[in-house]
Design a binder for this molecule. Structure first.
Ligand SMILES: [Zn+2]
Length: 459
């Protein structure tokens, strides 16, 4: 697919306009109806050196490949994952698919299995998948209460060094927010600062949430840390932690980036309250990460204890209804936050792959394309496609503070994905179609790791 040379051209490539750098956008030809522009891209010694309208430049004897309108994207930026929980489904499946069971099952798995070797093997497997699929930068949350926190951050640090030439890795501490009120919480904040991480946690509605947030913001501010929180991962409209995070951040005049993940209940709150929350989120400069696959899996999953609890929906006579057997009810809600409304308010929104083959999500492979496809289908990001490809590239790169990542333009590293698909319909209809990942100008030739690599995990 790519010439075996350090200097070559990719000709007749279609690139989403939104994924071009400012400079490249300025000289791009008019986009088509899907906001794709037809370009030639010059690559030299691992860098993109020119991006020009197709056929605008005479390229002489330099090797080239004619992409015949195939799309090229910058490599993915996957900013919300849980590498430490990944790939435990086989030994710790979620018994009923609910959020509560996911929490309990993971806790049991931690107590039974987690040690350095187990964490290293599963986290590395996740990184291999991510890299081969075309990800360049990835952020993971790491469960961080005392013993597990020590282990988890040690293993992450090792992998961060080993993978430094292939993946830009960031980690976020994950504990409940009350933890930061304890001496162990202060110690964790120090460790996160020492290791160059991001401070984070899960915000639950509780009477002390305000003081927990005030303390957390102070800890982060004192150490110059960004924040990345799990907020409102629930269908309960009374869960309003995003609102409170935004309020507290404004009060504290918090100077660093805050990211809030999930924000599911926002979609179920009154228009007035949503309006108020979006205004606060915008004022606080908070970025939102939506996790469409995980939300689709966990949200609105309700087990009905027996058919008599909702007799109107079962036309059969009582005697024929299955009684006292829990059964799944059909979900009515896709589970995602207000992606369109957030964007309309010019609040940065990203999407990410989140959990991978663990009790929070039984599937997944840290594939940015799959995440984008699912987001398009679940959230209707297709009328038009417009700028939506930014959600798994440029926007998360900005929220992660990665300058020049997630875009195509002159003087940025040649980290690209060439897809078989030309139009969006072609691209999004065959998620399994081959793609060519280019890193620093050269093709990534490795393949996805075999599941048999995980056969020796303890179970
Ligand atoms: Zn998460």
């Amino acid at each position: 697919m790519v010439p075996d040379s350090s200097h070559y051209w990719l000709k007749n490539a279609q690139v989403p306009l939104a994924l071009l750098s400012q400079g490249a956008r300025a000289i791009a030809p008019p986009p088509n109806l899907e906001s794709l522009v037809l370009l030639d891209v010059e690559i030299q010694s691992g860098w993109i050196t020119q991006v020009v309208p197709a056929a605008a430049v005479e390229t002489g004897p330099i090797p080239f490949v004619d992409l015949q309108h195939r799309q090229i994207w910058p490599c993915f930026v996957d900013m919300h994952t849980h590498l430490d929980k990944g790939h435990i489904w086989q030994r710790s499946p979620n018994p009923d698919g609910t959020f509560q069971s996911a929490i309990a099952t993971v806790q049991q798995d931690i107590e039974t299995y987690w040690d350095s070797a187990d964490l290293y093997q599963r986290m590395e497997f996740g990184l291999k998948c991510s890299y081969v699929h075309g990800t360049k930068a990835l952020r993971t949350h790491l469960d961080s209460p005392e013993r597990i926190g020590e282990l988890n951050w040690d293993v992450f640090k090792t992998l961060q060094e080993e993978w430094g030439d292939r993946l830009m890795l960031q980690a976020v501490s994950l504990v409940t927010l009350d933890y930061y009120l304890t001496p162990a919480g202060e110690k964790l904040a120090d460790r996160v600062a020492e290791l160059g991480g991001v401070l984070g946690g899960v915000a639950y509605m509780n009477p002390n949430l305000d003081s927990q947030l005030e303390h957390l913001l102070q800890l982060a501010q004192d150490r110059g840390l960004a924040l990345d929180l799990h907020t409102d991962e629930t269908g309960d409209p009374d869960s309003k932690t995003l609102h409170q995070v935004a309020q507290k951040a404004i009060q504290a005049q918090f100077p660093h980036q805050i990211t809030c993940g999930h924000c599911c209940s926002l979609a179920l709150q009154s228009p007035e309250f949503v309006h108020e929350t979006l205004a606060l989120v915008k004022e606080a400069g908070i970025g939102i990460v939506s996790l469409p696959t995980c939300n689709l899996y966990l949200q609105d999953r309700q087990l009905v204890q027996n058919s008599k609890s909702d007799p109107k929906l079962d036309p059969r006579p009582d005697s024929q209804k299955p009684s006292l057997q829990p059964y799944s009810r059909t979900p009515r809600w896709r589970g995602i936050t207000l992606i369109h409304e957030l964007r309309n308010c010019e609040i940065p929104v990203a999407i990410a792959s989140d959990n991978c083959r663990d009790p929070f999500y039984s599937f997944g492979d840290h594939d940015g394309l799959e995440t984008f496809i699912m987001a398009v289908r679940i959230a209707h990001l297709d009328q038009p496609y417009g700028d939506w490809p930014e959600l798994i590239t440029q926007v998360p790169a900005q929220l992660m503070g990665l300058h020049g990542v997630g875009q195509i333009g002159a003087q940025v590293p040649a980290d690209l994905i060439i897809f078989e698909g030309r139009s969006f319909s072609e691209l999004l209809s065959r998620p399994c179609a081959s793609r060519t990942v280019i890193r620093d100008g050269s093709m990534v030739t490795g393949s996805l790791p075999s599941y048999t690599e995980l056969d020796n995990l303890r179970d």
